[in-house]
Write a protein that binds this ligand. Structure first.
Ligand code: MFK
Length: 540
């Protein structure tokens, strides 16, 4: 009989994840962990079952029907079966609500993001609208707009599926992509004093949701980002009709194909200013920082899924007389990827812990500054790493990793979204550079020193990378600084993560020690040399 290779399988993605469990034991009070652990185990089982379900069914995609049989414009989007389950699971496990739950004080964000980490890959990117809903709740709370908070936040945080709302974050336009200041959407006041928004939103995620936060330029306001205002828009009126929203088409994307990203036109859509009629970017920034944190944790979840599958497969697949896992080069390749994931995981969940401390008002000034810097660093580093690990995972499966219905290629296609949306790698590197230019590197240095002070023996490479970063910042300005921002961002992220691993190793986490050794072997320093910052030769 012909040989048939067994495909990879997944165990319970919580009980099987030593890294996550060890982290939660360190990061959470015992009573909190005991209270949430049954949910985490259930989500771990859900993740494994969803993988099996997906292998035995055909992938489906959302569809848009613009007209009914009689020619009436309806713009109806039908979502996939997994998306249909999303609201019930969100209500049950509180993927958004948990992050705002005051019972667990500063640990609420750790609880929430452990849940998100387990749910994400099984969700077919239903986590995208959840991220934006969390961001919207956070931005509305920060705005202090009592009427909008009372109207929307209880729905965004609902634990009852029939009450749950999802929010969009409509920022991207044809002229203004990363350059949000080029937004063309205009807000005009009508005869009744209501604001009506008109314009085209080029990537509208979660148009199936009940509301969105969006930027528009009040009629007559100046050009540029400062003159933009932030508006709250409900997608439908009380009768369920679209609120001046036309869906032009769904996007044909490389990945995240279950997510119904749309191009839309706003045609006198009623909107309400969230705050003042300017400085919309400043007002939406709390949303951006939350969605960037979701991006980080979801990128980590993809990496973990990739390596869980690749490792399981390496135990099942025999070649050259023994399982792949016993082949030294294959095992070393997987170990190096696990080490990078361990470092990025420590960094991402440190950002989550800081977010919880800042939101509950117990953070120091230094911690607040640190969170502002680490949030873009975490997003940009994990986004790139997820693509790398997903690509290596395809390769670890050989030809099977290039075959669609093994379930491996979608991991790579989906991963490519992480470095793009919510700010590309370069946009975020420049954001981090602006933070450093404004607040200096000292809050980062002090945080690193604090971590290392608690650590018995720390690798000299950490001090060397910090010193090199400070020197590089001092020695560069203008175009040279900008051109090197990516290298600086990656150096700072890897250096901080190495310090976190060194501390975890002290806490008797042996795998953290092994991961640290491998990360150090690959080097912390990504600072560009003099040659790399001179692009003129290429541009001529
Ligand atoms: C499954 C994973 C979940 C992920 C969900 C994904 C959903 C995707 C849907 C999308 O919408 S993707 C599109 C997202 N688009 C972006 O992320 C935009 C990328 N561009 C930037 O981030 C630019 O850097 C930015 C638009 C912020 C630049 O705008 P400006 O106005 O030229 O920048 P400026 O002057 O630096 O910032 C204006 C103010 O906001 C300043 O405050 P002040 O007015 O008080 O001086 C900044 O300090 C503040 N600010 C900007 N970014 C901030 C921030 N404050 C806090 N945190 C930030 N991140």
């Amino acid at each position: 009989m012909d040989f048939v290779q067994a495909g990879p399988d997944l165990a319970n993605q919580y009980t099987d994840d030593r890294r996550l469990r060890a982290h939660l034991v360190r990061a959470l009070p015992g009573t909190t962990l005991a209270a949430i652990e049954p949910d985490l185990e259930a989500l771990g089982a859900h993740a494994a079952q969803a993988w099996r379900n997906a292998r035995s069914s055909t992938r489906t995609e959302p569809t848009l029907t613009q007209y009914d049989a009689w020619g009436e414009r309806i713009d109806r989007i039908e979502v996939t079966p997994v998306w249909h389950e999303g609201a019930a699971l969100t209500a049950r496990y509180g993927f958004v609500a948990a992050g705002h739950d005051t019972r667990f004080a500063e640990f609420a964000r750790i609880d929430q993001f452990a849940r998100v980490y387990l749910y994400h890959v099984a969700s077919e990117f239903y986590t995208c609208p959840l991220a934006m809903s969390d961001g919207a709740a956070t931005a509305l709370k920060a705005s202090g707009n009592r009427a909008l908070i009372d109207r929307a936040v209880p729905h965004l945080l609902a634990r009852d599926a029939s009450q749950l709302w999802l929010s969009g974050q409509w920022m991207t336009e044809t002229a203004g992509g990363s350059d949000v200041g080029s937004t063309d959407t205009i807000a005009r006041r009508d005869g009744d004093g209501r604001w009506r928004l008109s314009g085209r939103k080029w990537f509208a995620s979660a148009v199936t949701g009940e509301m969105a936060l969006t930027l528009a330029r009040p009629e007559g306001a100046a050009r540029g980002a400062d003159a933009l205002a932030l508006f709250y828009v409900e997608t439908r009126d009380a009768q369920g009709r679209w609120n001046g929203i036309r869906i032009d088409r769904l996007k044909e994307k490389l990945g995240t194909r279950e997510l119904p990203t749309a191009e839309i036109h706003l045609e006198n859509a009623i909107g309400e200013p969230v705050g003042e009629l300017s400085h919309g970017v400043r007002l939406i920034a709390p949303m951006l920082n939350v969605t960037r944190t979701w991006n980080t944790i979801c990128a980590l979840a993809t990496m973990r899924r990739c390596l869980a599958l690749a490792t399981d497969y390496a135990r099942r697949r025999h070649a050259f007389g023994r399982p792949l896992i016993e082949q030294p080069l294959h095992a070393a390749t997987l170990a190096a990827l696990q080490a990078e994931l361990a470092a990025a995981f420590a960094f991402g969940f440190h950002v989550v812990a800081l977010l919880g401390r800042v939101e509950t008002g117990i953070a120091s000034d230094d911690e607040r500054s640190l969170l502002r810097l680490l949030t873009p660093l975490a997003k940009l580093w994990t986004g790139k790493l997820a693509v790398h690990i997903a690509s290596e995972t395809c390769e670890a499966f050989g030809g099977a990793g290039y075959i669609e219905n093994t379930g491996i290629p979608p991991l790579l296609r989906d991963a490519q979204v992480y470095p793009i949306w919510e700010g590309t790698t370069n946009v975020l590197a420049l954001d981090a550079l602006r933070v450093l230019a404004k607040g200096g590197i000292d809050p980062f240095r002090r945080a690193l020193e604090d971590l290392l002070r608690e650590t018995r023996a720390h690798p000299p490479a950490i001090d060397a990378a910090l010193a090199a970063s400070a020197r590089w910042l001092h020695d560069h300005d203008g175009a040279a600084r900008e051109a090197g921002a990516r290298g600086l961002a990656l150096t700072l992220a890897r250096t901080f993560a190495a310090a976190l691993l060194a501390r975890a190793r002290d806490g008797a986490d042996q795998s953290a020690g092994a991961a640290l050794a491998l990360v150090l072997e690959h080097g912390l320093d990504r600072l560009p040399g003099a040659g790399a910052t001179h692009a003129d030769a290429w541009l001529r």
